[in-house]
Ligand binder design. Structure first.
Ligand SMILES: [Zn+2]
Length: 486
């Protein structure tokens, strides 16, 4: 619809007061110019320029006497400019109108065309019809059968016109999810979120600094990906080997790539849903931090995100691999009992393939506390990553007994046990079972890694090299017989 205005300014420039006014102010010597783009102008003229982009797709000339049309630089020969076709010829192209190549009998001057143009281009020019009597050159819109621009033809053209932006743009609106996600991602993709950067530009903020980290300028890409607080969350979702490439992309490419991604997250949820939900909550929490003094960041943001992801998958009837159980092996270790303690665990799917691993240091602790803390951490990680059919396996019978029997309020480990029991009462299928140490070697290795490290929590999206041999043996079902002294 907007393209109707530049169409009017071009085809009937001086018929109305408003068109004369606009052309005097913004035109090129009173004439509309497609290339005269002005970034600093009124909203009205910017809108007209956007409309002109549509018009430009089919703008052209119907040759009459050829006096008004530049031979080299006007679109009168199909969609091509003759200057562009002659670019590599190395010839000097003197200023010329189309009329210079038309003889006095209103026919193409074949000798001159053959002299100036390559053969195929000259043939193309000869194919352009000329009137038998002198007529003025006429502006036409070539994509319409009548030659006149109409909003209907403009819309049809836009719908069929391939462009690199359309793919990502249409992806936002065609992928399943609530409309508010689409609108939000559309704004983010266009860098139009009301970040401190944009607010300062519009004079409604006196700072550009991110109010979350107080380190960098708050731009869209900063608050959605690069802010240290946000980065810590993404690091739990993005596999380490791909992090470098993933975290250095430009905003538009980054959103398009993730929204167009057909992969699954941990073999369970479509990645684009996880990505969109995470983006949505990151922005929502950022706004609440800024505008709600009572707001406190959630302690377990992944829980909130995956609860939403699960809801969306159910509402939009997206496939979730709910039929598959995953197994969580946990182990805690204490060197000295009590001594330096660590924990570790891993999640594997129903065929034994790696899903996720974790380890961390527990400071000085005894073995039972380490085992219970590991179980609590493992349950939290499994729940927050959206697994809802879980078999938890530990080699600590004492820990299992404590969890499965009613605790006394005088029990020194009551808080830990209660935390674990609260996790077990979540809405999921969670089974506890005991295994021998020989069957829990992978978790044991990770617990030792945790004890050796200083990190409180490390998430492994792919198995660490030191674990590969043991994982392979588990996968192949290698047995470790026990000997008993009778
Ligand atoms: Zn920040």
């Amino acid at each position: 619809m907007l393209a109707k205005i530049p169409w009017h300014l071009i085809t009937a420039p001086h018929t109305e007061l408003w068109s004369r006014l606009l052309l005097e102010k913004y035109g090129n010597h009173g004439v509309f110019d497609f290339d005269n783009f002005r970034p600093a102008c009124s909203c009205t003229w910017r809108s007209i320029q956007r409309g002109a982009e549509v018009l430009d797709l089919g703008f052209g000339w119907r040759i009459g006497d050829g006096t008004a049309v530049n031979f080299w630089d006007a679109t009168w020969l199909g969609n091509n400019l003759i200057r562009a076709a002659m670019e590599n010829s190395g010839r000097h192209l003197p200023a010329a109108q189309v009329s210079d190549f038309i003889d006095h009998e209103y026919r193409w001057n074949r000798e001159l065309l053959a002299h100036v143009l390559p053969r195929d281009l000259a043939q193309a020019v000869l194919g352009v019809p000329l009137p038998h009597a002198p007529k003025p050159d006429t502006i036409i819109w070539k994509l319409s059968p009548t030659g006149t621009y109409t909003p209907c033809m403009g819309y049809t053209t836009l719908m069929n016109f391939p462009s690199s932006q359309d793919a990502g743009f249409s992806c936002l609106w065609t992928t399943p999810g609530p409309a508010k996600w689409g609108s939000f991602l559309w704004l983010a993709r266009r860098n139009r979120l009301h970040t401190q950067h944009l607010r300062l530009m519009r004079g409604i903020s006196n700072t550009i600094v991110c109010q979350t980290c107080h380190i960098a300028d708050e731009t869209s890409i900063h608050i959605l990906r690069d802010c240290p607080m946000v980065k810590a969350l993404w690091l739990q979702l993005i596999p380490h080997p791909t992090w470098q490439a993933w975290s250095t992309m430009e905003l538009l490419d980054w959103i398009d790539l993730n929204m167009g991604c057909k992969r699954w997250f941990l073999d369970k949820y479509p990645w684009f849903i996880v990505f969109a939900a995470t983006m949505w909550f990151l922005w929502k929490w950022r706004c609440q931090i800024l505008f709600d003094a009572d707001f406190v960041n959630p302690c377990f943001p992944l829980n909130t995100i995956f609860a939403e992801v699960e809801d969306m998958c159910r509402i939009w009837q997206l496939e979730i691999a709910t039929g598959h159980w995953v197994k969580l092996n946990t182990d805690g270790t204490s060197r000295g009992n009590p001594g330096i303690a660590g924990y570790g665990g891993l999640l594997r799917d129903h065929v034994g393939c790696w899903l996720l691993g974790f380890s961390g240091n527990l400071g000085v602790s005894d073995t039972l506390v380490a085992e219970l803390k590991t179980i609590r951490q493992g349950l939290h990680i499994a729940w927050s990553h959206g697994f809802r059919h879980l078999i938890l396996e530990t080699d600590s019978m004492i820990a299992l007994t404590l969890i499965t029997t009613p605790s006394s309020r005088f029990d020194p480990l009551e808080h830990l046990v209660e935390d674990i029991q609260a996790f077990l009462h979540h809405e999921w299928s969670c089974r506890l079972q005991h295994c021998y140490r020989e069957g829990n070697k992978c978790a044991d290795l990770l617990a030792n890694v945790g004890a050796d490290s200083s990190a409180l929590l490390h998430i492994y999206h792919s198995p660490p090299p030191s674990l590969c041999l043991q994982l392979d043996e588990d996968y192949r079902g290698v047995a470790y017989p026990r000997s008993f002294n009778c």
